[in-house]
Write a protein that binds this ligand. Structure first.
Ligand SMILES: CC(C)(COP(=O)([O-])OP(=O)([O-])OC[C@H]1O[C@@H](n2cnc3c(N)ncnc32)[C@H](O)[C@@H]1OP(=O)([O-])[O-])[C@@H](O)C(=O)NCCC(=O)NCCSC(=O)C[C@@](C)(O)CC(=O)[O-]
Ligand SMILES: NC(=O)C1=CN([C@@H]2O[C@H](COP(=O)(O)OP(=O)(O)OC[C@H]3O[C@@H](n4cnc5c(N)ncnc54)[C@H](O)[C@@H]3O)[C@@H](O)[C@H]2O)C=CC1
Length: 438
């Protein structure tokens, strides 16, 4: 068993790599060569990337693709997508092209409120705490003024603070529940700074509050942190067209397609096993744009899935209907995104992605990301309800299989030609390649 190492973080990058390759690899030289071959030759750029995180040893490449032809509220948008899974970018592009001839995507930002909480323990009478909170509430605003003054100038800041009694669920547990508008930033650091000041104010004021007993004065702050559940930071994306305009498809009539599509969404609305996969398809689009624009995909993922469970059962994020001959497909999702702050002004490719999107505000980015999710869901459901998913997905995955078996250029041409008329599967490609190599 490998012995633990003390002071690893203090080693130089070179020393860290040497320790890793000598400790964990049978061929340290090869391992070192692989790790270092992904270094950027521009030292300043490499240093920038090294400093994004801790104990950096190399860069982990992820392809950056683009999906063109998105018509969003009448404007043409090319969407950058960072993702490792084949067929996602093709699917988004196909859906974009399809809807661009049918009025495009319509989006609206419904709300932009973020949330943060100070979780604390108070042992005493609830009505006394409420009276104390009302007395000191203005101090939460005044004592955070140095943190909030610039955000206020932008039209944001603290919206409200309330006291929540959670003692029914956990003994002596209360919260300061605060809402914020963080404008073009995701707001995590702004919110956390405000919350930590609220916590300080709460404790200090309690010690001075004369109506409190000695025990009541001893408020214990457990933690102060934003919530990644943002059900009031909501965006809607929608497509619609007459059923008769849904593309004729050799597999299925427009009417049958619309009916099957709506049925597929209804299944995801009532069946959690299906809903998780359905929503994974939506996240294919959402995560790819969230990553390309330097946003926090863990925060988005956690918030979106909590929202999908808000009625007590995990369900579809998207919905579809046919009414009076009109097919409508839509989604409302919570997205706390930033176009300033975090990595957005640091990572050169993130800056490029944001420029490609013509420097969106956070609200504009919410709409673009929601559209990418809806488009992805449309493409996946269209495949699932017509040809099946494997045909398109495996067609795109073919190159990965050929790379895995180190196919030569001639073999690639032969295999691609063969699978234009045959169904791609991993074993079919392997067998065909073997037959060529006999
Ligand atoms: C894969 C396609 C698009 C093929 O679809 P196709 O009809 O064979 O494509 P095509 O060759 O006829 O091209 C039509 C358009 O598709 C796009 N397109 C087509 N090929 C490319 C390419 N190589 N590179 C870039 N774009 C491409 C592009 O927009 C192109 O237009 P053009 O550019 O020629 O004017 C289609 O079958 C599809 O949409 N499939 C769905 C794929 C999918 O959803 N993948 C996600 C991975 S599976 C998953 O994780 C989620 C899932 C499915 O489980 C979710 C769920 O269950 O709900
Ligand atoms: N639970 C979570 O989600 C947590 C996430 N994080 C990380 O925090 C980062 C995001 O935090 P932020 O506070 O957004 O970033 P940040 O700390 O870089 O702050 C952005 C700052 O930009 C300034 N600003 C300039 N122009 C602005 C405008 N038009 N609108 C709004 N602000 C403007 C404001 O001072 C704002 O506070 C992400 O990297 C995220 O991963 C950190 C802690 C917890």
């Amino acid at each position: 068993m490998t012995k633990a190492i003390a002071g690893f973080s203090k080693l130089s990058k070179e020393e860290k790599i040497n320790w890793i390759v000598n400790t964990h690899f049978t061929n340290p030289e090869t391992a070192k060569q692989v790790i270092t071959q992904y270094w950027n030759s521009d030292e300043a750029l490499q240093k920038l990337h090294d400093e994004f995180i801790e104990n950096t040893i190399s860069n982990f490449y992820m392809p950056l693709g683009v999906a063109p032809n998105f018509l969003i509220n009448g404007k043409n948008v090319t969407i950058p997508m960072a993702i490792e899974e084949s067929s996602v970018v093709a699917a988004a592009s196909k859906a974009a092209k399809f809807w661009s001839n049918r009025g495009g995507f319509k989006t609206t930002v419904i709300s932009t409120e973020k949330i943060g909480q100070v979780h604390f323990i108070y042992k005493g009478a609830a009505d006394k705490l409420e009276a104390f909170f009302q007395t000191i509430k203005p101090k939460f605003f005044s004592e955070t003024e140095s943190i909030t003054k610039n955000m206020q100038k932008r039209g944001g800041g603290i919206i409200n603070i309330s006291l929540r009694d959670k003692t029914g669920e956990l003994e002596n547990y209360y919260q300061l529940h605060a809402t914020f508008n963080t404008k073009d930033s995701m707001g995590a650091n702004f919110i956390n700074s405000c919350l930590e000041q609220f916590a300080k104010t709460l404790k200090e004021q309690a010690l001075q509050y004369e109506a409190f007993s000695e025990m009541e004065k001893q408020i214990q702050v457990v933690m102060s942190i934003l919530s990644n559940y943002v059900p009031n930071c909501l965006v809607r994306a929608e497509v619609s067209c007459p059923v008769a305009d849904l593309k004729e498809d050799k597999h299925i009539s427009q009417e049958e397609f619309a009916e099957k599509f709506v049925r597929a969404v209804q299944i995801a609305e009532i069946e959690p096993y299906r809903a998780v996969t359905h929503n994974k398809g939506i996240m294919n689009g959402i995560d790819a744009v969230v990553i390309a624009t330097g946003n926090d995909f863990r925060a988005v993922e956690a918030g979106v899935h909590a929202f999908a469970s808000r009625n007590g059962k995990y369900s579809s994020l998207s919905h579809a209907k046919v009414e009076n001959g009109i097919f409508t497909f839509w989604m409302e999702i919570p997205l706390a995104l930033g176009t300033v702050g975090g990595l957005t002004g640091l990572h050169p490719l993130v800056k490029t992605a944001l420029e490609m999107l013509e420097h969106p505000s956070a609200e504009e980015l919410m709409q673009i990301v929601a559209v990418a999710g809806l488009a992805q869901n449309f493409a996946a459901l269209r495949s699932l309800t017509t040809t099946g998913i494997q045909q398109g997905h495996m067609k795109m995955h073919l190159m990965n299989i050929l790379n895995q078996f180190q196919a030569t250029e001639t073999e690639r041409l032969q295999v691609t030609a063969h699978f234009e008329h045959n169904t791609v599967s991993h074993s079919a490609v392997v067998d065909y390649l073997a037959s060529l190599r006999k």
